[in-house]
Ligand binder design. Structure first.
Ligand SMILES: [Mg+2]
Length: 392
């Protein structure tokens, strides 16, 4: 099965009322799909990371740097191809855009591997479960959205059968952070600390006492502020606190993890085994959240999961992009022994809802069933939707 072509498909969706976190606003929701064509006629589908920069950056690395390395190669030698891409880009790669590009190719190669043997990917990768719990990822700050609207949103998730929900915190003054003052329009939707506490209280009340509630600060706090805020949120029975401090403040995150009773989850903004080695071995996190489209795809994701397993940690993949990444994340979580939950973005997002011929849904009880999926990722793009959201 020789690789004869690698294509990129840049997609974009613009929300009329962007969702905001402590770290910024999601105005444009981009996704960069990767298709790998082989001489058998089989085509593998993946998604590469593109968040935080123009689509063309990741595309250029795939098209001009990785594609020439892979043309003519055996698509079944995934580990060899992964190591070749990683080694040959090491001077300017290892993280960031190059790792995002490698991720998209790796996901597409694994999709091909599944299609070649007629197996859904989670089973080809060993198979741990046929059903994966997903959590409702929402609770953003948004123009015109008050605490009552936030509580309604939480109640809606509970009514839809979700047993867990994540919401944003930390878009506050005056103890927000320098980081947030650097983002666009930091003053929009800014709240006081008391208002932030009221938001969490309202969501807890709307969800009821049983549901798991997670909070995401998107890296904006210093360790001392994170500890103070974590203690203030404690009465609302928080299942995890996500990315409390800056990604590179590993000792700071470990300090927060030691000081607070709730689990510390993170860091989606870290990528690769070597980055996660520091987070995991230094106990900066209790739950690992690699994003498959950023962090090296299935190949590197499984190494991270194994290291987490060796430290008695669960993995809850970050998945906040198109339906292709969501599908990949579900297969990944179903294939490892320490998969906890997969993020299921609930914001208005056409690239999640419209991109596939068959939309990914829950069973009405907060689970996604994988047993009915076909081979590989088990998904097919809707060509009309691809054209509708093609960036150019
Ligand atoms: Mg997050």
């Amino acid at each position: 099965m020789k690789i004869i072509d690698i294509r990129t498909i840049p997609l974009t969706f613009r929300s009329p009322n962007p969702a905001m976190s402590a770290g910024g606003a999601n105005a444009a929701r981009n996704a960069l799909l990767v298709e790998i064509e082989t001489d058998t006629g089989l085509i593998g589908l993946g998604e590469a990371g593109s968040a935080g920069g123009p689509l063309i950056s990741t595309e250029t690395v795939i098209q001009q740097e990785l594609r020439p390395m892979l043309l003519g190669e055996d698509a079944g030698m995934i580990e060899a191809l992964w190591q070749k891409m990683f080694a040959r880009t090491r001077q300017h790669g290892r993280r960031g855009i190059v790792m995002h590009a490698i991720s998209g190719i790796d996901i597409a190669l694994w999709d091909l591997a599944g299609k070649a043997v007629g197996q859904p990917l989670y089973r080809l990768l060993g198979g741990f479960t046929d059903r994966v719990e997903v959590y409702a990822s929402g609770g953003f700050y948004q123009r015109g959205k008050d605490v009552a609207a936030l509580a309604d949103e939480a109640a809606r998730y509970a009514a839809q059968g979700f047993k867990a929900m994540k919401m944003k915190v930390g878009r506050t003054r005056p103890i927000g952070s320098k980081l947030r003052s650097l983002t666009a329009e930091p003053e929009v939707c800014e709240v006081t600390v008391a208002e932030d506490l009221a938001r969490v209280a309202a969501v807890r009340k709307a969800l009821g006492p049983e549901a798991r509630l997670m909070l995401d600060a998107n890296c904006v706090w210093s360790p001392s502020v994170a500890i103070a805020m974590g203690k203030a949120f404690e009465p609302y029975n928080i299942f995890w606190l996500e990315e409390p401090v800056a990604t590179d403040d590993i000792d700071g995150s470990a300090e927060v993890a030691r000081a607070l009773p709730m689990a510390i989850a993170g860091y989606e903004t870290e990528v690769g085994l070597y980055g996660y080695r520091e987070l995991i071995t230094r106990r900066a996190i209790d739950i690992a959240q690699p994003d498959l489209a950023w962090s090296g795809g299935f190949s590197e994701g499984r190494r991270i999961a194994a290291l987490a397993h060796a430290h008695n940690m669960m993995v809850a993949p970050h998945a906040f992009s198109s339906a292709v990444l969501l599908a990949a994340s579900l297969h990944f979580a179903a294939s490892i022994p320490n998969g906890l939950m997969v993020e299921f973005d609930q914001t208005a997002h056409a690239l999640r809802d419209e991109l596939l011929r068959e939309r990914i849904t829950t069973d009405g009880n907060g689970m996604v069933l994988l047993s009915t999926l076909g081979s590989g990722l088990g998904i097919a793009l809707d060509p009309a939707a691809v054209e509708r959201y093609r960036a150019r």
